[in-house]
Structures are given as C-alpha cells and as structure tokens.
Design a binder for this molecule. Structure first.
Ligand code: AMP
Ligand code: MG
Length: 324
C-alpha cells in the first residue's frame, strides 16, 4: 500500500480474523493483538510481504524478525528442533517465549526474515486471535512490534495507528495486550547452552531452576558489554518516547511527566498496588501518555528488578538512553 492509503480497523471477531487471513494470503500487512504487544504480521515465506514490514516500520535490515508458528510440529519445518529446544518450550508454549535455534538450510522463509543469520527466532503465541489466525493460514507469520522502528511499542490498536496509520492494510482490534512487554528471547546454543537475549514475561531463572536437576540446559546471561547486534531489542536506544527520561526518581521536577509505581503515585501509575505484572501491562500506555503530554521531560519511579521487573527496567533503560 502507498502512504496515502487508509488503514482499516476492525474488531478481532471471526469475520475480522477471516478478513485478516485473506489479506495475509495476498501478501498484505495486518496488525494483530498478541499477549505481549501488537504485532505487525506478514507471511514469512514471501520476500515481498516481509520487505513491506521493514518498509512500514523503517526497520534496519540487520534486525531479524520473530516467526510466529502454531505449534512445535510447524517449528520442525523451519528449524533444528532438538531435546533442548523441546525442554525450553515445554512449559511456556503457547506463550511469550521466543527461542533462537539453527534454521534448516532449506526452510521456506524469506531471506530477510533472519537478516542473513543461520538461526531463526520462533514463537508460538497464546493470544486467541493470533492463534486463530495461525490456524487459518498455511504459512508462519513474521511479526515484529507494530510501531515505527525505535519508538514505543503498541499495546492497543490506537497505539498502532499513532505511527503506522496508512502503512498497514488492517488492524485487528482485540483490546489491550495483557502482558504488555515483548517476549523473552532465549538462544539455544551448541550443546544445549541457554543464553538470554532479551528479558520478558517468562522468567528464565525460574525455568532454569526447574530444569537444573535434569542436567539438561545450562543458562548463561548475555554480556551487557558485548555490543554484537544479534538481537536489536539489545540496541541501547529503543522504545524511545522522544524526550529525556530520568529513572529511579523519588522527587519529580515540575516540568516532568511522572510515571509512578507503588507508593510513588504519578501522572500515570504503573501499579499503585506495586504489582509487577500490572506494571508491565501498563508500561507502554504510560510511556505513550508521557510522550504525548505537554511536559518536556519524563521521570520514572523505581521499579524492583525481579521477575518481570527485569523486563520493565530493561525497556526503561533503553527508553532513557540517548539516541545516537
Ligand atoms: P521485535 O520484533 O521488535 O519484538 O524484535 C524481535 C527481536 O528478536 C529482535 O531483538 C531481534 O533481533 C530478535 N531476533 C529475531 N531473530 C533472531 C535471530 N535469528 N537471532 C537472534 N535474535 C533474533
Ligand atoms: Mg519492537
């Protein structure tokens, strides 16, 4: 579609999902609700459709896409799927966990999906709308977050329109995303070694403890000093609201839009009860409000760095990092 075209927004009911499946089949772009954030989906086996994702987002072409599949059987068509991969997803698929595994050399995927890497990122999502869509099409869906590259991720249909109106064919409105931060990304290395590439709703420490006794996977954290751009969720500046952000703030300045947590109430509060899951679900909505406010700067209250709090703080640090 060209820039002048109108983006249609429809309810994510049976008729909406059927329409989305048709558009995807013919190579179009559809924004789809998932349990993490809204995704910008296209058929992963079509170079033209995948090129449209990069163009609509203004996404750098070295940043590979996550491929969404309906189950492990479908995963086996695209990747080397060994016992370590099976163990990694046993508890959390369908769900907000992405695994990076070796791609099969003859996998029917557009080259741009993996940005030239010999690995592929696979996720089996839990959201009923995304699942229904994956059941109706016979190809997997490449789907990054449905926002301009580098900007705040979308957790509502309205957020999608803020940066992609006129650039996608259809938005399926399925209400606010429940978990609110992007999937945990786990790379499975040679010998079954696990490496966390991006913290998210699935707590890999807990998963690792669960499997520790089996002697199966060992997990290592990625080295923050390592600046390989293997997972550009790792880029220093990302999720950017377009104005300066101060973190761990206990005293807000008058010209700051405040994002509160727990006993620190704000102009927008992540969770007044101090619940991290609720805070994750509200994070991007608060950042969108902060970006749109008249205040020139943003201050964020301290958020504990445990469980999904690690994912929240990871996103906040990148939102606060100066763009280069
Ligand atoms: P987004 O789609 O914006 O949620 O970002 C997807 C994330 O998955 C990015 O950080 C990508 O770099 C990462 N990713 C996708 N494919 C791979 C891969 N083959 N190896 C490592 N990371 C990947
Ligand atoms: Mg993104």
């Amino acid at each position: 579609m060209s820039d002048k075209d109108v983006t249609e927004v429809v309810l994510a009911d049976a008729a909406g999902i059927a329409r989305a499946a048709k558009i995807l089949e013919s190579g179009g772009l559809v924004a789809v609700p998932t349990e993490t954030v809204y995704g910008l989906a296209a058929r992963a086996d079509s170079p033209d459709a995948v090129a449209r994702i990069y163009a609509a987002k203004g996404r750098p072409d070295f940043n590979p896409l996550i491929v969404h599949i309906r189950d492990e059987d479908q995963a086996r068509r695209y990747a080397v799927w060994d016992t370590s991969a099976e163990a990694a997803v046993m508890i959390h698929w369908p769900g907000p966990l992405t695994v990076v595994v070796p791609a099969l050399p003859d996998a029917a995927l557009a080259k741009a999906v993996t940005a030239g890497l010999d690995t592929v990122a696979l996720r089996c999502p839990a959201h009923p709308v995304m699942r229904a869509l994956l059941e109706q099409v016979d190809f997997p869906l490449a789907a990054p977050s449905a926002n301009r590259s580098g900007f705040i991720s979308p957790t509502t249909a309205q957020h999608v329109l803020e940066t992609l109106d006129g650039k996608v064919d259809l938005v399926l409105d399925g209400g606010p995303a429940a978990q609110g931060v992007e999937s945990t990304i786990l790379a499975i290395r040679d010998g079954g070694v696990w490496e966390e590439l991006r913290p998210g709703p699935v707590d890999l420490d807990a998963l690792h403890r669960h499997y520790f006794e089996t002697g199966l996977p060992q997990k290592i954290h990625s080295d923050p000093a390592d600046d390989r751009v293997e997972a550009p969720g790792q880029l220093a500046s990302h999720y950017a609201p377009g104005k300066p952000v101060r973190l761990d703030v206990q005293k807000v300045a008058p010209d700051e839009f405040s994002i509160g947590f727990g006993r620190w109430a704000g102009d927008c509060t992540l969770s007044s009860a101090g619940m991290l899951e609720e805070a994750a679900a509200n994070l991007y909505e608060c950042l969108h409000l902060a970006a749109a406010s008249d205040k020139p700067r943003i201050a964020v209250a301290p958020v504990p760095d445990t469980g999904i709090g690690r994912a929240i703080n990871d996103r906040l640090r990148r939102a606060a990092a100066p763009a280069d």
